[in-house]
Design a protein around this ligand. Sequence first.
Ligand SMILES: NC(=O)c1ccc[n+]([C@@H]2O[C@H](COP(=O)([O-])OP(=O)(O)OC[C@H]3O[C@@H](n4cnc5c(N)ncnc54)[C@H](O)[C@@H]3O)[C@@H](O)[C@H]2O)c1
Length: 299
Amino acid sequence: MSGIVEGRVVIVTGAARGIGRGHALEFARQGAKVVVNDLGAEVDGTGSSGAAAEVVAEIEAMGGQAIVNGEDVSDFDGAERLIRSAVEHFGDLHVLVNNAGILRDRMLVNMTADEWDAVIRVHLRGTFAPLRHAAAYWRARAKSGERLDARIINTTSSSGIYGNPGQGNYGAAKAGIAGLTVIAARELERYGVTVNAVAPAALTRMTENLIPAGTTGADPDDIAPLVVWLASAEARGVTGRVFNVRGGAISVAEGWHAGPGVDKGGRWDPAELGAVIPALVDKAAPNALTNGRVPGRED
Ligand SMILES: NC(=O)c1ccc[n+]([C@@H]2O[C@H](COP(=O)([O-])OP(=O)(O)OC[C@H]3O[C@@H](n4cnc5c(N)ncnc54)[C@H](O)[C@@H]3O)[C@@H](O)[C@H]2O)c1
């Protein structure tokens, strides 16, 4: 198979179904060799099944190359085995797509510590752990004098970067992933590794209770084209960015930045700030709505 990522070795986590499955199939169509990682969890993270093998069979049926990997991405040693499996089986690793995820939605007043920990663990640690081991692999290669053109593509969410009530655990993890993306991009640039993130919107089992039935333009396979492009040589100059993707609509998620400010040149008395802070807040752009749009601003 030939395409824009021909010959690249790619890991996609959580690739047995939903958006990750779409990534794995499009990577294979575009000529990549794919490690299809998934532990086969239910939407809340419990259980395990062999659904990743079906994606590998689909890729092989179209003449592509893929292997199954069943590691839990949030297991630090398991994540190292995941990275190693790509190198051992396909001889290298060029692209890591961190996509695996779970949901345990609950209003904060009722959320249990277990619901908090499980979601933070799979998303945040499950992004950090593969990223950490891939980065160490690439750093060793770069230090030995090789010129790399490697990629990490993380998965965040509008829930985290714009805020969605009822998803405090998930949103905090996804905001963390967006922050980690920016930091990792700065740390890894010197080794020839770009790091970006996508904030997808698609109808999957994860969102079937959140997106109204009959909604169109939200096919999980619509997310893959941007992810595959970010993984290609053409995307070398793009790093540290977060992209919203839904159907054919792609936009850049503009990050936090310092807005209107004031500097007294010394410590404030709290009593002075009532005359200062409301005016600054009035001058500042409002936070984006959950859909990412800033009220009163057209893009
Ligand atoms: N669907 C959307 O609209 C939407 C919106 C924003 C963000 N996202 C994100 O996109 C990603 C994919 O979500 P989806 O909608 O395709 O959901 P999904 O439930 O269909 O797929 C998630 C996959 O991750 C796997 N997984 C869960 N825990 C794992 C672990 N510890 N190790 C390995 N695999 C694990 C599951 O088995 C499942 O196959 C997630 O990170 C999700 O948070 C989705």
